[in-house]
Write a protein that binds this ligand. Sequence first.
Ligand SMILES: [Zn+2]
Length: 421
Amino acid sequence: MNIDNNIALEKLKKLVAIPSVSTDPERRNKIMEAAEFIRKELLELGCAVKFFRYKNYPPVIIGQKIVDKSAKTIGIYAHYDVQPEDPVEKWSSPPFELTKRGEKLYGRGVADDKIHLIQSVIAAKNLIERGNLENNLIFIFEGEEEIGSIHFEELVKKAGAAVGKSDFFYVFDVGMKEKNVPQIFYGLRGVISGELKVKTGETDLHSGIYGNRVLNPIQAIAELLAKIKDGQTHKIKIPGFYDKVKKISQEEIDLLPAESLNSKINPSFEVNGIYSGYTGSGWKSVIPAEATVKFSLRLAPNQKPEKIKPMVKKFIESNLSRQVKWELTLSPGSNPFYTDFNNPYTKKTAKILSNFFGNRCYFNRSGGSIAAAEILQRLFKKPVILTGFTLPDENIHAPNENIDEEMFFKGIVAMEGIFSL
Ligand SMILES: [Zn+2]
């Protein structure tokens, strides 16, 4: 193995060994250990480094490497926090020990998202050492991605001009279509989560005595859900719901893989859980007094949570029986994201990636949500390019998370190319 690859592997190993689990307040010291490790790496690149932090939450780390004030400036986003490792017993090797098996490297957070953070640092290091770094680089490393990027907007605003200097951003938190087949995402969905509690009485009732005489809250919820969405066509039947959805052009239809056209570009409504009544073993013939349903709505580009939420509320209001009491809670929601894939930076990036990997670079839209992409674009009005070097089925968020070793090394060289764009 060449020396550069060995250095990269060592750094990845050290970062994976730090359990930077952001969901666990008990491990805030570990988050800070990871942040300090990254500070050191950025200082070694000759970056000016600053932490932006809300209370004792994980900081956003900004590293500025300015080589030439008249050159382009590239913003580089990745996150250093990871999901919890449980269930630990399902792992074949200790989650925080980078372990090689076959062509794969295993460890918690190795794919999501430590691979990209290390790759970007090593790519910059290689360019600097060879005297080839011609663009300015702004590293934006987040530590709260796995807890919903709760302070990202506020902290990036604080970092202000340093981040805003970027001519465009790479968000490295997605993966390739398959091994050696690069992919750029230019659209993401937003999301709103909701909980509806329906109450029809003060206490559960005997179904033999009260059946046919009182409202059943589960029935009320079931009827409401059937009105919200057509289970066959998946169409959401809330009036006005689709009014603002960004129309898809023929160019985009030609560009997108079939599975994205069928699902990921459209808004969706899904029931996530429903509980009420008697659910133990055996039978209990009661009419429950209360029922609760949890649901989520994915929003397509141009739909705004603040416009959709009142529509949902109004629909529930006018479709639930007046005799039931109900209480609706909706999350603040996140905006969908869309960058014009014809912008020159995206096009140049695609060209560099496809030349390097020897395969066409796919353009795609994801059904998921990455808050940082939407926030960076909205705050700074610059193109955001989502790409990365993980592969599908690398067990992100699950036991035995892994990356492909070859894509780890090749991704570094690919980044050297796109940082020289
Ligand atoms: Zn991630």
